[in-house]
Ligand binder design. Structure first.
Ligand SMILES: *Cc1c(COP(=O)(O)O)cnc(C)c1O
Length: 390
């Protein structure tokens, strides 16, 4: 008889290694302070960089869209699922990014899958940073193109690969804008220079950079003054934008192509009206003012300096993603648990997501944190560290 024994075994192994994690169920919505098992906990693991999940304007926009259009969109985009609100969102995103066009997907994950699988064929090669996000890796797996991986941010190796790959029709260099585990930024100026020297396309996934880096949160391309020199910019609407969804900002010709080829776009229902409307409201908030982003960076600098002053290793962090590197996986997870006892939620991230000796508790600072919140977290770090040493 069929049974799930092999699954039980694998789960038992995870438990033995201290890597088995039941879901954390929160009693309140995404916010700076949240309720967990009846206790107030300082949230330092959410991607809600600007606190937009609870923004009154976004909530009102969602409610108004439900009243006007209903709860669902009724179909995929290519049949009856493109409502006025979806079209408006894409126009706003293109204006925000300063590109000819933008195309929205259900998530950043499906945006990567849809775009990579559509543009890469058997005569092409994709050249990818070793630390790129899982959705890029999966998107590449869907293609028949050749694939080359370069060591993290290693521009010499990228150039060597470009030199050896003259015979391909298309060459596409793919990188995260901000790397989610270390909080470091891709060397985009060097990547763009190499791409221009070797006639390659540049593809940047700005999931952790849109709404965070660049003027008004336009992203990594703008941050480095490379507007017009990056061919494909992926963004998510799920992190700093505070809702859910993904998009590609690109030339009109690529958008037209994707409308006919990208499978998540063709075969999965479009965003609900409430989602599209609240994303639209969020992008308008970003375009109106850089105030929240300035606060975010101020908080990040303050917290990183505080963590370093306590003697912790924050690795390569240069953004609001601030890892506290502990090392051993079990010790890392224990440290995260101790922090929770002190009232701070910061996720432990261990092998195989990161190297065996590079387990870390990852803090994400947001614009919603006050100085008092950050000091609370720093005190918790100090106390938890003392307990970990005992
Ligand atoms: C989070 C993330 C995604 C996925 O975005 P979702 O909108 O959550 O699906 C894609 N790429 C990178 C680099 C990410 O960090």
């Amino acid at each position: 008889m069929a049974d799930w024994n092999s699954l039980y075994e694998e789960l038992e192994n995870l438990k033995k290694e201290g890597r088995y994690r039941p879901l954390t169920v929160w009693d309140s919505g995404s916010d700076t302070w949240m309720t967990l098992n009846g206790r107030r906990v300082l949230q330092m693991s959410s991607n809600n960089y600007l606190g937009l999940t609870g923004h009154p304007g976004l909530k009102e926009a969602a409610i108004a869209a439900i009243r006007e259009y209903g709860a669902g969109s009724g179909s995929v985009r290519t049949i009856t699922g493109t409502l006025r609100i979806h079209d408006e969102l894409e126009r706003e995103l293109a204006a925000f990014k300063g590109t000819e066009a933008a195309l929205v997907f259900q998530s950043g994950f499906t945006a990567n899958q849809g775009v990579l699988a559509s543009i890469l064929g058997p005569d092409d090669v994709v050249i990818s940073d070793e630390l790129n996000h899982a959705s890029i890796i999966d998107g590449i797996r869907l293609t028949k193109s050749d694939r080359k991986i370069y060591a993290h941010k290693d521009m010499d190796q990228l150039e060597a690969i470009l030199k050896q790959s003259g015979g391909y029709k298309k060459r596409v260099i793919v990188t995260d804008g901000v790397f989610s585990m270390d909080g470091d930024i891709a060397p985009l100026p060097a990547i763009v220079e190499l791409a221009e020297a070797y006639d390659a396309f540049v593809y940047v996934d700005d999931a952790h950079a849109s709404g965070v880096l660049g003027t008004n949160g336009k992203g990594t391309t703008d941050h480095f003054g490379l507007n017009g020199r990056v061919h494909i910019q992926i963004g998510t609407l799920s992190k700093a934008v505070g809702v859910v969804g993904g998009y590609v900002a690109c030339e009109q010709v690529l958008k037209n192509y994707l409308i006919h080829k990208a499978r998540p776009f063709l075969f999965s229902t479009s965003q609900t009206p409430a989602v599209a409307a609240s994303c639209l409201a969020a992008v308008r908030v970003l375009r109106q003012s850089g105030e929240l982003i300035a606060k975010l960076w101020d908080n990040a600098a303050y917290f990183r300096a505080g963590v370093q002053a306590l003697g912790f290793d924050t690795g390569a962090s240069e953004t609001p993603i601030i890892p506290v590197i502990i090392g051993n996986p079990a010790k890392t997870m224990r440290f995260s648990d101790l922090l929770l006892e002190e009232g701070v939620f910061a996720q432990g991230i261990v092998y195989p997501t990161v190297a065996m000796d590079k387990g870390r508790v990852r803090f994400i600072v947001t614009a919603g944190h006050t100085r008092a919140d950050l000091d609370f977290a720093l005190n918790a770090l100090e106390r938890a560290s003392r307990k970990l040493g005992e």
